[in-house]
Design a protein around this ligand. Structure first.
Ligand code: GDG
Length: 737
């Protein structure tokens, strides 16, 4: 039976040693609760680090750790202190975390960290592969494991792999500064589906992929030579029922059951009935804007002294990553700020900030959520921010006001909250005032809408939607129109080839026989290729025709010494085997002087583009332009040209990063079928990568063997992944000639 394999840096349980025996406690984080419904079904395993380094686990307890993990359907990846240092505290938290949250000044580029990160990612990938069986679905989580999808893909090419990034993905301008940007993107692209919390992160990622790796991006799909990768946004929800129920239980509890914290909170409320509590909860992290929040609160008190003694900021900062210097510095900064502000405003009976630097049990979290009438969450950058959602879920009487930073992913779905820019203290202070004065009816109205949305898009729904979309990538793969040429199909084609008396092979040049280069003049045929084409054509039974959009002079020069028929400029010219060129269509060139200046204008306005002048056509290449600008200008130019040439017997061909204007009625379909006239070929083969090759695939007789290069929509019967595979296929023809 197939299973789901979940992989995250940490396991959803924490293993610790207490007096010589192991203790297992469940993790309470959003991810752990979110995936538990999948996990507990028993048909899934979870791979991750159990929370203790190898050095911390005594030799005699090592097997026990694994055993304990297995009892919970988990597999522990053991990491030593050195690995945790380089991989977790190093590359993950000193490079990726700050960079992806736009803290470029904190981003370190350390080669040793990068090496350890790679090694540890490989360790996780190896562990996955140990447990992977065909049909299993693999779901990799978060920024610590960016390389894992491709590491798994290399060993298990047909695996279904999903990746979800829980933190922001930065704009291309920021991401491009990473020295290992190519490797990181390639690592992620091992997945079939890549998920982000918001559309903004998704588009930043797509933009980096198209600009850095130059892959074709169409809407949310990335076309790789052998696969299509889907990218989508799935805003993570919370276990709504759990928080709602906890709040309901909380209200029903008797005073004897109350926690110490709740008693103190109640005491405060009783002694100052018209005072309000403002809640803030985060890990102590510089991305969470804790210092900004305290300063904005100070600004608010300075500006509105009437609120002194009427308000208190209850601030829970959970210790986090204290091995990283910035976190230690931040701790000092917050301690000082809290001290200064408490010193500045405190009265004998009141302090403006209650500050807790610790982690609290779940029950206390609920005490805080339910007791504080205002939540003030002001991250400077935050992938999602689940605390905002949890706060709203616990407000079972629908009262309470959430003030939320627009920089949190959650702000996209929580419009009814008071959305603020955390850098604008004036705006934060205004929002605090609005929150204080907001009538109950308005609070209820806003929260009911928020709750309805959060209840519906819960974490179970989030996980379910992601898995559904991931599984559908497999169906898409299978329903792919053309068939991948594997060894069996190669054999079938070779048998037909051998049995045939007269064979003709139409072979496109750029993107088929050779890879694209930045400059078209650099794509000369190598000696092996020339040898291959010469040998194929040497057999009397076989006619080889190189059919290309290139100009006659370049093609003629490059293939001068090889006796092979050439069709250039999509069929304008044909070169016989003896080297004689003939103009095959009644084509004209007078139009070129009128059209050239229009294209030149686009070249001037679009850096990286150029005109290729052929005998009877003009081509505008935009492969080297900025990908988005290139597409926009290509659309614009195409429309302009179509208006300009109407009724002139010309047409605009839209090829692979090229627009070509030429006489209508000239295309590879017409040119190739013309070659069949009067001959009784019983094996017709055509191969090409471009949109313009589709004319051939459509016009040639139905029993032809038509092959597309790369995964694209096509009317060809088969496909191969890239130019290397094309050569292998042609080598096979040579062997069977
Ligand atoms: C990352 C991204 C994204 C907090 N303090 C205590 C405690 N918590 C729980 C909260 C909440 C979770 O921890 C914090 O989640 P956040 O989403 O707010 O933040 P990160 O930890 O930074 O998470 C973030 C998230 O991944 C999911 O994709 O939203 O943007 O940075 O569930 O309740 N729980 C307990 N005691 C505490 O003291 N028990």
């Amino acid at each position: 039976m197939s299973k789901t394999i979940i992989i995250s840096n940490r396991l959803p349980l924490q293993i610790s040693i207490s007096e010589d025996h192991l203790e297992v406690t469940p993790s309470v984080g959003g991810l752990a609760t979110g995936l538990k419904s999948f996990h507990k079904d028993g048909d899934s395993i979870w791979i991750g680090w159990p929370g203790m380094t190898e050095e911390e686990i005594p030799e005699n307890l090592k097997n026990k750790v694994q055993q304990k993990a297995r009892e919970e359907n988990c597999v522990a990846v053991h990491l030593n202190a050195n690995e945790i240092d380089g991989f977790y505290y190093g590359f993950s938290n000193r490079t990726i975390w700050p960079l992806f949250h736009y803290f470029m000044e904190y981003t370190e580029s350390d080669d040793d960290y990068w090496h350890t990160y790679k090694e540890v990612n490989q360790k996780y990938a190896d562990e996955i592969l140990k447990h992977y069986k065909e049909g299993d679905v693999i779901w990799v989580h978060d920024y610590q494991l960016l390389l894992v999808p491709n590491m798994v893909r290399e060993q298990a090419p047909d695996a279904i792999i999903g990746f979800f990034n829980h933190i922001p993905f930065p704009s291309y301008e920021v991401f491009r500064t990473l020295p290992w940007r190519d490797e990181v993107l390639q690592g992620m692209l091992g997945a079939d589906l890549i998920g982000f919390h918001t559309y903004d992160y998704e588009r930043h990622f797509l933009s980096s992929v198209s600009r850095i790796l130059r892959h074709q991006v169409d809407f949310n799909q990335i076309t790789l030579p052998d696969r299509i990768v889907k990218v989508d946004s799935f805003p993570m929800g919370i276990d709504y029922k759990k928080f709602e129920q906890a709040a309901l239980d909380h209200y029903e509890s008797t005073s004897a059951d109350q926690s110490e914290l709740q008693k103190r909170l109640d005491h405060h409320l009783e002694s100052t009935p018209d005072a309000k509590l403002i809640l803030s909860i985060d890990r102590l992290d510089y991305t969470k804007g804790i210092a900004h929040r305290i300063r904005a609160y100070e600004y608010f008190l300075d500006k509105n002294p009437e609120y002194i003694e009427k308000v208190r900021l209850v601030m829970l900062a959970v210790p986090s990553r204290s091995n990283v210097p910035q976190y230690r510095r931040l701790k000092r900064e917050i301690d000082e700020l809290v001290g200064r502000i408490n010193g500045k405003f405190s009265t004998v009976s009141w302090t403006p900030i209650w500050y807790f630097y610790r982690s609290m049990p779940f029950e206390n979290l609920i005490d805080l959520y339910t007791t504080c009438e205002i939540a003030l969450l002001t991250p400077i950058r935050d992938g999602m921010n689940l605390v905002a959602k949890e706060y709203i879920a616990t407000r079972t009487d629908h009262t309470g006001v959430l003030i939320l930073s627009e920089m949190a992913g959650a702000a996209h779905e929580m419009n009814e909250a008071l959305i603020i820019n955390p850098n604008n203290f004036e705006q934060v202070a205004e929002a605090l005032k609005t929150a204080f004065e907001m009538p109950k009816e308005e609070q209820i109205e806003r929260n009911k809408m928020l709750q309805k949305r959060l209840r519906r898009y819960s974490v179970e729904k989030w996980a379910g939607d992601f898995m559904k979309s991931l599984r559908s990538t497999k169906e898409n793969r299978e329903s792919f129109q053309s068939i991948k040429i594997n060894s069996e199909i190669t054999q079938e084609i070779m048998t037909k080839f051998q049995q045939a008396e007269r064979r003709i092979l139409f072979i496109d040049y750029d993107g088929t026989l050779v890879n694209f280069t930045d400059k078209p003049e650099n794509a000369r045929p190598d000696a092996d290729l020339k040898e291959l084409i010469r040998d194929l054509n040497a057999d009397d039974k076989t006619d080889v025709i190189l059919i290309s959009g290139r100009d006659k002079d370049t093609l003629g020069t490059w293939w001068k010494d090889v006796p092979v028929e050439l069709i250039s400029e999509h069929g304008v010219w044909m070169r016989q085997i003896d080297g004689e060129w003939e103009l095959s269509e009644n084509v004209k060139s007078e139009w070129m002087d009128a059209v050239r200046p229009v294209i030149e204008n686009f070249v001037d306005r679009t850096p990286g583009t150029f005109i290729e002048e052929k005998n009877y056509s003009l081509a505008w290449h935009y492969r080297k332009a900025d990908p988005e600008l290139g597409e926009i200008r290509a659309n614009e130019l195409s429309t302009t040209l179509k208006e300009l040439i109407s009724n002139r017997g010309l047409s605009v061909l839209e090829g692979n990063k090229v627009l070509e204007i030429k006489s209508s009625g000239v295309n590879k379909g017409k040119a190739s079928t013309k070659k069949l006239v009067g001959k009784d070929y019983d094996f017709i083969f055509a191969i090409g990568d471009d949109w313009t090759d589709e004319y051939m695939f459509e016009d040639l007789p139905e029993d032809s063997v038509t092959v597309k290069v790369g995964i694209k929509k096509t009317s060809a019967r088969y496909y191969v992944e890239g130019t290397l595979k094309v050569r292998t296929l042609l080598e096979n023809f040579r062997k069977n000639n």
